[in-house]
Design a protein around this ligand. Structure first.
Ligand SMILES: C[S@@+](CC[C@H](N)C(=O)[O-])C[C@H]1O[C@@H](n2cnc3c(N)ncnc32)[C@H](O)[C@@H]1O
Ligand code: SF4
Length: 454
């Protein structure tokens, strides 16, 4: 991609794990009652067919990685585990009371923070508590995120016995200077060891998270990290663009300055080189920043057009109800979004009192749902069309005007009411979605809200 296009399009923009994006939620559009109604409605529409998804946020980590943009709480006190699990199970009970039927769980994901901060026994207690009044849907997938430094064989075994077959390990980069700068020292041997354990136990899909654009990271570092990764050959890879968002409260991004970050063309070169290497090593590109071996379910769902994207990232199947449990977790009922309290004490107090611990949300308008579908089509399949009346909206002309400029720049191909993102333009997918983002178009943020798109 020519440098002038990278300069032109590298602007702040959303990652579109939802539409509308969180800063554009209209809190006044939703009440606790309308949120509950939307959950019940989608549950009734979908539980007997595909089932529902559960995301459980386990926020604790023992030490702070200074690049991290996740919702986490740093502590070495493991006494936080039991009360937190109790609160999550109470929140689940409130949802079950609302639904008043046995939920069928298609996807369950433990994210964080670091789920393996919790002891194997506590994780088992959590999953047993969730499954006590639930059943698994056909083809269910249980997965979790793990830090290689604190994942033991016992963690992997306990979760496998509870139905988990997929896990992702945070790796980021193997270079000692990069690791020191981000306060995250972890060896290749450690990552190989936990991956080997997981395979021996029977996990069928193992993923590694890598990041490009970290402080002090060079092209040589990325090449070396990917060669090392290839020796372990995980089934999936996330290759995230480093999101520099130090202005967001609680991220704790520090210990380096912006001049230590590779930017624009340098950062793009890291991605392009990584992508070429992944392809050489047999990985297929899945949506934005994900790669998978052809044998992995994510690639199979891309082929069968079942690939979906939500707050968990890319998922192999589309469930219309995704309940997020735990501090800061976001739920999606297809008609509405809701986010839980972001402080652990407030979350626990409200969950334990029997109310849903949500503090903000958004009820989608008809227009939101149409735009959301276009954005999902582009993020998952790199194409969308507006042939049918239910894919059209009044401001389509204004969007097409924006897209015309991108067409001239070679980022999209438009013909007969259909837009296709050519392979070379995939790094610009966030910019292309922005052309459909009517809420952003109507009200551009005046402060820094989003990370850079490239
Ligand atoms: C919750 S963490 C993974 C589990 C575990 N806590 C660990 O660090 O190994 C999820 C992933 O988000 C990614 N991530 C976190 N902060 C990021 C940032 N600022 N930019 C891009 N990716 C980020 C990292 O790749 C990380 O592995
Ligand atoms: S990268 Fe993982 S371990 Fe590090 S602070 Fe973030 S969530 Fe915790």
């Amino acid at each position: 991609m020519p440098n002038h296009l990278i300069q032109k399009y590298n602007i702040p923009g959303p990652r579109y794990t939802s539409y509308p994006t969180v800063p554009y939620w209209d809190a006044s559009s939703i009440t606790p009652v309308s949120w509950k109604d939307s959950v019940v409605r989608t549950f009734e529409e979908s539980n007997s067919s595909e089932g529902i998804s559960l995301y459980i946020h386990l926020p604790f980590c023992e030490s702070l990685c200074t690049f991290c943009g996740c919702h986490k709480r740093i502590t070495k006190r493991h006494s936080v585990e039991s009360p937190y699990i109790e609160a999550v199970l109470n929140e689940w009970k409130s949802y079950r009371n609302l639904i008043d039927e046995t939920p069928r769980i298609k996807e369950l994901h433990l994210g964080g923070g670091t789920p393996t901060f919790f002891s194997p026994d506590h994780l088992k207690m959590l999953i047993d508590g969730i499954m006590e009044h639930s059943q698994t849907a056909e083809g269910y997938e249980f997965s979790f995120e793990a830090h290689p430094n604190n994942t033991t064989r016992e963690h992997l075994k306990a979760l496998y016995e509870s139905g988990f077959k997929r896990c992702s390990f945070g790796v980021q980069d193997y270079d000692p200077l990069v690791q020191k700068t981000i306060n995250r020292i972890q060896s290749f041997e450690q990552v190989r060891q936990v991956t080997d354990w997981a395979r021996e136990i029977g996990y069928t899909s193992i993923s590694h998270d890598l990041i490009f654009g970290l402080p002090h990271q060079t092209l040589e570092n990325v090449i070396d990290t990917i060669h090392k990764t290839n020796q372990i050959a995980p089934d999936r890879l996330a290759f995230y663009s480093y999101a520099h968002v130090p202005w967001i409260k609680g991220t704790g991004q520090r210990g380096f300055s912006e001049k230590d970050l590779p930017e624009n063309e340098t950062k793009r070169a890291l991605y392009e080189t990584g992508k070429e290497l992944f392809s050489d090593f047999g990985y297929e590109e899945i949506g934005m920043d994900h790669f998978a071996l052809k044998s992995d379910s994510l690639y199979q769902s891309l082929l069968s057009k079942k690939l979906h994207r939500n707050f968990m990232g890319y998922t192999a199947s589309k469930t219309e109800l995704m309940l997020g449990l735990g501090m800061s977790a976001i739920s999606d009922s297809w008609y509405a979004f809701a986010q839980n309290e972001k402080s652990v004490p407030e979350y626990e107090a409200r969950a334990n009192s029997g109310e849903l611990p949500i503090f903000r949300g958004h009820l989608l308008t008809d227009e939101d749902r149409i735009i959301r579908q276009h954005i999902l089509n582009i993020m998952c399949h790199f194409e969308t069309n507006w042939n049918e009346p239910d894919s059209q909206f009044p401001e389509l002309e204004a969007c097409l005007l924006k897209l015309a400029e991108m067409e001239t720049d070679g980022l999209v191909e438009i013909e007969k009411n259909k837009l296709v993102v050519p392979e070379h333009a995939r790094p610009f997918v966030r910019n292309i979605c922005m052309a459909f983002d009517l809420r952003l178009m109507r009200d551009a943020p005046d402060a820094r809200v989003f990370s850079m798109t490239i």
